[in-house]
Structures are given as C-alpha cells and as structure tokens.
Design a protein around this ligand. Structure first.
Ligand code: IDP
Ligand code: MG
Length: 133
C-alpha cells in the first residue's frame, strides 16, 4: 500500500471546496489516514517548492500559499501517488481535463486548489516534512 502527501491549498479552504474534494478522493477508493489544518510558513514553502525558487512567479506562490490555512493529508491506496495526480488534473488549469479536480474547479494556474506528491521520493519527504512520520 502506497502513501502520498495531499494538501488542499488556501483557495480550496476559502471557497468551501474541502468537502467536495475529499469526497472525490474517497469516491476513488483512497483512504485518508491522517489530516490537519495549519498555515504554511515561508521557510516550509521554500523547502517544499525549492524546484520553483528561481521562477518569476515564486513570489505569487508564497503570497498565495501563506494567505490562509491549508489542509494537509496523508492518503493511502494502491498506486495512490499517480492515482491522485490523475484525479487532480494537470498543473495548468487550461490543460486540466474536465472531470479532474483542477479541471472542474480551477481557473488559475497559481491557485489550483490541490497539491499532490509527484514521486515516491517526494511523497516520503513531504510526509516527513509535514507530519514527521
Ligand atoms: P504541481 O502542483 O502540479 O506538482 P509544480 O510544477 O510542482 O506543479 O508547481 C507547484 C505549484 O506552483 C503549482 O501547483 C502552481 O500552484 C504553481 N505554478 C506552477 N507553475 C506555474 C506557472 O507557470 N504559473 C503560475 N504558477 C505556477
Ligand atoms: Mg509539484
């Protein structure tokens, strides 16, 4: 059984979409095994999004991601890392297919509602970073 780190971003919380997004995760058959709400620090973000630190939009990401609480979750299931990426949809909202979370609910590439680990290595590091597990 695989585990991944999922985070509902501040826009998902503010827009009242947590329940519907969690419903999709559970409908798929994945299991939420831990969850907590918290507000990200700039230091956590600089580590979490280190691969984007030199991008011109990094400032926008920091402003957005620290604008309110997020819901961090550990989600478990067979092939859950790729499975979650599939139901999340593509990063850029115009490339996210209808039927995916981003495709159905987002119309911004920055404010795209949900984070999901992209590999076994990042899943392990992110679960450790945010849950200490
Ligand atoms: P991912 O969230 O689909 O894994 P990443 O490339 O890891 O995509 O980017 C992390 C986050 O940074 C995205 O979810 C989005 O919020 C933001 N982001 C990525 N690329 C862009 C961009 O081209 N413009 C604005 N924001 C971006
Ligand atoms: Mg990513």
């Amino acid at each position: 059984m695989q585990k991944t780190y999922i985070m509902l971003k501040p826009d998902a919380v503010k827009r009242g979409l947590m329940g519907r997004i969690i419903g999709r995760i559970e409908d798929k058959g994945f299991k939420i095994v831990n969850a907590k709400m918290f507000t990200l620090t700039v230091a956590q973000l600089e580590e979490h999004y280190a691969h984007l630190k030199d991008k011109p939009f990094f400032k926008d990401i920091v402003e957005y991601m620290t604008s309110g609480p997020v819901l961090g979750m550990i989600v478990e299931g067979d092939d859950v890392i790729l499975g979650m990426r599939k139901i999340m949809g593509a990063t850029k909202w115009l490339e996210a297919d209808a039927g995916t979370i981003r495709g159905d609910f987002a119309c911004s590439t920055t404010q795209n509602l949900i984070h999901g680990s992209d590999s076994e290595e990042t899943a392990e590091a992110e679960i450790k970073r945010f849950f200490g597990e």
